[in-house]
Design a protein around this ligand. Structure first.
Ligand SMILES: CC(C)(COP(=O)(O)OP(=O)(O)OC[C@H]1O[C@@H](n2cnc3c(N)ncnc32)[C@H](O)[C@@H]1OP(=O)(O)O)[C@@H](O)C(=O)NCCC(=O)NCCS
Length: 155
């Protein structure tokens, strides 16, 4: 199956994809993201791998990993002002530059939806940077809608 969970020996390739996403963020918001891919960012993939609450999904075409997603199950207990929340957060998501607009991401999103359904999860969430209009167009095509905003202004 092209879309599946990653294997441990694929984490290096997953990191190449993670690097592409980080570079995009650093180019889009150089005031926030530092350029490069430091060891802390590289090694974070091991933290994800070792966390039972997180999963790494990959899309493989002709033996090549061309897309990845990091899923994080979030369970927030009820508190005096909020109901309990249980949802699947897409923490990271990216497709290799060379494979974009070939439905790699669409296939991954179908897999993620099916996974959520199988696990009794009712909602999938994610956050994204406003400069990233390509990602916004994709997520909206997939049926995502904005429910919360971060705003800023120069002083
Ligand atoms: C956003 C991203 C994941 C989309 O992946 P993709 O595999 O190219 O997307 P798909 O081919 O499955 O696109 C499905 C549909 O979404 C919409 N879409 C996807 N990318 C789009 C873009 N750049 N502009 C406008 N619409 C877009 C289109 O409707 C597209 O269908 P079409 O190609 O038949 O018109 C990919 O561009 C990417 O990895 N970007 C860099 C990393 C990134 O931004 N990650 C998200 C961080 S929050």
């Amino acid at each position: 199956m092209p879309v599946r969970f990653a294997k441990k020996n694929e984490l290096e390739r997953v990191n190449e994809l993670r690097r592409q996403v980080h570079e995009l963020h650093a180019a889009g918001r150089p005031d926030i993201f530092k350029p490069g891919f430091p060891p802390e960012l590289r090694d974070h993939v091991d933290t994800i791998w070792n966390d039972p609450g997180q999963e790494i999904v990959v899309n493989e075409r002709d033996g090549f990993l061309c897309g990845y997603a990091v899923l994080h199950r979030i369970n927030k207990p009820e508190n005096p002002f909020m109901h309990k929340r249980d949802y699947l957060d897409i923490d990271e998501f990216g497709v290799d530059e060379a494979f974009r607009r070939t439905k790699v991401a669409t296939e991954m999103m179908a897999f993620i939806r099916a996974y959520a359904k199988e696990n009794g999860i009712q909602r999938i969430g994610l956050n994204m940077w406003e400069f990233n209009q390509d990602a916004l167009a994709f997520y909206e095509t997939m049926g995502f809608a904005t429910y919360r905003r971060y705003m800023e202004t120069d002083v």
